[in-house]
Design a protein around this ligand. Structure first.
Ligand code: CMP
Length: 148
């Protein structure tokens, strides 16, 4: 089925124009339609709110700091099975696992550490809805999907 997902290029990758461009080309080259796109930067509170579900984890503080450390780029992407396809392109969260098990993935190629892992992608239909609303509060997914 046609699905929407939220994809984010994180501050580590946006800081490197060549990497940002390479990631944008990966998106376009994999049959995603770019429905929405926005460059933005988070304050610390935005970062804390977005990742609230991780608030007890050992990596939470460094994650929150990293995600509010510089500009990001967010996309609403559409495609058949968009959520799974984007996650497959990203590869495993942990960069060293990614390098070992799936060296062609985004995180294996560009990720620096388990925190600075280049990209984010929604992991379910429910989180895609929540995350799209978080980044694009004015966007109406139902309306867009109906138009197709
Ligand atoms: P993301 O897909 O954005 O979701 C949660 C983020 O926490 C993850 O990517 C990483 O950036 C970060 N993170 C840091 N360390 C870990 C870890 N050990 N396990 C999972 N996520 C981690």
């Amino acid at each position: 089925v046609l699905q929407l997902t939220l994809a984010v290029i994180k501050p580590d990758a946006v800081a490197h124009p060549v990497m940002l461009e390479a990631l944008h080309k990966i998106i376009l080259g994999n049959n995603f339609v770019v429905v929405k796109r926005k460059d933005l930067a988070w304050r610390r509170q935005d970062s804390e709110r977005f990742y609230a579900e991780h608030s007890g984890r050992f990596f939470y503080q460094r994650l929150v700091e990293f995600m509010s450390s510089g500009p990001m780029r967010a996309y609403v992407l559409a495609r058949e099975d968009a959520i799974r396809h984007w996650r497959e392109l990203m590869g495993p969260t942990k960069v060293f696992r990614a390098r070992y098990t799936s060296p062609a993935t985004i995180r294996a190629r560009f990720g620096l550490t388990d925190t600075r892992n280049t990209t984010h992608g929604s992991d379910s239909v429910e989180s895609a809805q929540r995350e799209i609303r978080f980044f694009f509060p004015d966007f109406c997914a139902e309306e867009w999907l109906e138009k197709e």
